[in-house]
Design a protein around this ligand. Sequence first.
Ligand SMILES: Nc1ncnc2c1ncn2[C@@H]1O[C@H](COP(=O)(O)OP(=O)(O)O)[C@@H](O)[C@H]1O
Ligand SMILES: [Mg+2]
Length: 241
Amino acid sequence: MALVELNNVSKTLGNKKILDSISLTIEAGEVKIIMGPSGCGKTTLLRCLAKLDKPDSGDILFHQKNIHDKNFNTLEFRKKVGFVFQNYALYRHLNVTDNITLALRKVFNMSPARARDKALDELEKLGMAPHSKKYPSQLSGGQQQRVALSRALATDPEVIVFDEPTSALDPLMTCEVGSLIGSLHGRKVTILCVTHDVRLAEQLSDRVTFLNHGRIAAEGSFKQLSSSGSDADIRRFFGGE
Ligand SMILES: Nc1ncnc2c1ncn2[C@@H]1O[C@H](COP(=O)(O)OP(=O)(O)O)[C@@H](O)[C@H]1O
Ligand SMILES: [Mg+2]
């Protein structure tokens, strides 16, 4: 059964149709990759999915429940869906541990001691324990991404949503963060990742959904897409010409 379902989701911003009747499903346990060039609507799609933005039309279902229904439990929804936004969105004035414990204390009502244990446990798993007292500005891009990931994982979400997780990283770090995200699969987390990074997408999944001009332009394996007959945009994007 689908964990997340989008049915004909459309969104206009200004006078531009950013999302044009998007339908897709994310199955529990899946690693779903949505690729597309800059400006094609990826972040807008995620903002709608996170209920930070409302589509003009169409439905978004989480466990078969419409996220805009009057009696939908948004707090529970936010607890179950972890987001790792572009550029990590760490609090610059909080150290690494406090970046992770904040939501655990405020949203999950954990005691400070338990939140701290949980944060250190997650940091340890990603090799970041030695940096627990540092501030974001004292860390490299790859390290900040690990902190953002630890923060998302600490809440034990059902699904983690990534927006361009490697956009600020060099190729080596991209590869490393790619393996980290791939390894989450072993923790039974469902993953949705939007990216324009072909290399990352290829590392994470053998199937991708290609978004272009607010529409799903194609869905398939890399091989299929890079030789995608009629659509020059897709062929160019995947380096097929
Ligand atoms: N608040 C807004 N008002 C008007 N246009 C916007 C707004 N936010 C984004 N856009 C436009 O919507 C398009 C899609 O943006 P976005 O979803 O951020 O794309 P992506 O994440 O794929 O790069 C872009 O052309 C962008 O300029
Ligand atoms: Mg974006």
